[in-house]
Design a binder for this molecule. Structure first.
Ligand code: CP
Length: 305
């Protein structure tokens, strides 16, 4: 791998190698000095043109755990406010000796466009572009499922609920679940919040949440991406919660040991009941925790160690 721009087309053995590597790094992800020599002396930049808490913070920690020098670029206080382009920004920071970046941008394809203009030795990781891809979120979601449900995805039924149309997380999860041979992928949401292209190929699609949750091992719900919706598409939040909100009562249809996932940030009382998000079946904070190990694994893979 030169860059990590998408999980689309990534072969299962590469996905499994990254997940196994991340699992082995879990003990190093939340402390200790065991990996601090791994990438010492290399520099890393979080180049974010869109807001983030989880992705940006966990990349910072991952790079620090690997001994890298970390530069945090904040678009809101940068010379992009004076008209500097994203590519000129990247080249400016490259000129300071930084050759590994995680980039988040609101436009589909923006990270791939930057990769095409980057210096030969520069490595880019997509930290989320538009509605296209969020590959490290896809990986940390798969790691979380493996930790709870084992490595044989063919036995699993996974439901993805909500605003799939605007979700880069859902697209990356769908690529990964298909590549890992997931037994059944169900997608549930209102018709106007589901993609009309081939994103849902091979999935069971329904607008009936109870049917979608029946007997599943994993129930994953998504944030309503209101910032990406055209006028008129935003549903009534009360009606949305009634029809598509994940609650303890509705989860009774899933397997007794089913886990609940959400990539965050959550809108409690819109996509998910607060008590369910905070309850024993919630894997939401495990997803967050796994983000550090996954991002360490990706940087080690791309930087050749
Ligand atoms: N899941 C996710 O990408 O969260 P942030 O937007 O906080 O990074």
């Amino acid at each position: 791998l030169r860059h990590l721009l998408t999980l689309d087309g990534l072969p299962a053995p590469v996905l499994v190698r990254l997940l196994e590597r991340a699992e082995a790094l879990v003990p190093h992800a939340h402390g200790g000095s065991g990996m601090r020599a791994a990438l010492a002396g290399q520099a890393f930049c979080t180049l974010f043109f869109e807001a983030s808490t989880r992705t940006r913070s966990s990349f910072q920690l991952a790079a620090q755990r690997l001994g890298m020098d970390v530069l945090n670029f904040d678009a809101s206080t940068s010379s992009t406010r004076k008209g500097e382009t994203a590519l000129d920004t990247l080249r400016t920071i490259e000129a300071m000796g930084v050759h590994c970046f995680v980039v988040r941008h609101h436009e589909d394809g923006a990270v791939a466009a930057l990769a095409a203009g980057a210096a030969g030795q520069t490595v880019l990781i997509n930290g989320g572009d538009g509605r296209s891809a969020h590959p490290t979120q896809g990986l940390l979601d798969m790691l979380t499922i493996r930790q709870h449900k084992g490595t044989d995805f063919s036995r699993l039924k996974v439901a993805i609920v909500g605003d799939v149309r605007h979700s880069r997380v859902a697209r990356s999860d769908l690529h990964a679940l298909r590549a890992l041979g997931c037994g059944e992928i169900r997608v549930c949401g209102p018709a106007n919040l589901l993609p009309q292209d081939d994103t849902l190929r091979g999935c069971t699609v329904t607008d009936d949440l109870d049917a979608a949750l029946d007997g599943v091992d994993v129930a994953m719900t998504l944030r309503l991406q209101r910032e990406r919706m055209e006028d008129g598409l935003v549903p009534s939040l009360e009606a949305y919660y009634r029809d598509y909100g994940l609650t303890g009562a509705r989860l009774a249809r899933a397997k007794p040991d089913a886990i609940v996932m959400h990539p965050g940030p959550m809108n409690r009382g819109v996509e998910i009941e607060a008590a369910l998000a905070d309850g024993p079946r919630s894997a939401i904070l495990r997803q967050v925790a796994n983000g550090v190990a996954v991002r360490m694994a990706v940087m080690l893979e791309l930087l050749g160690r």
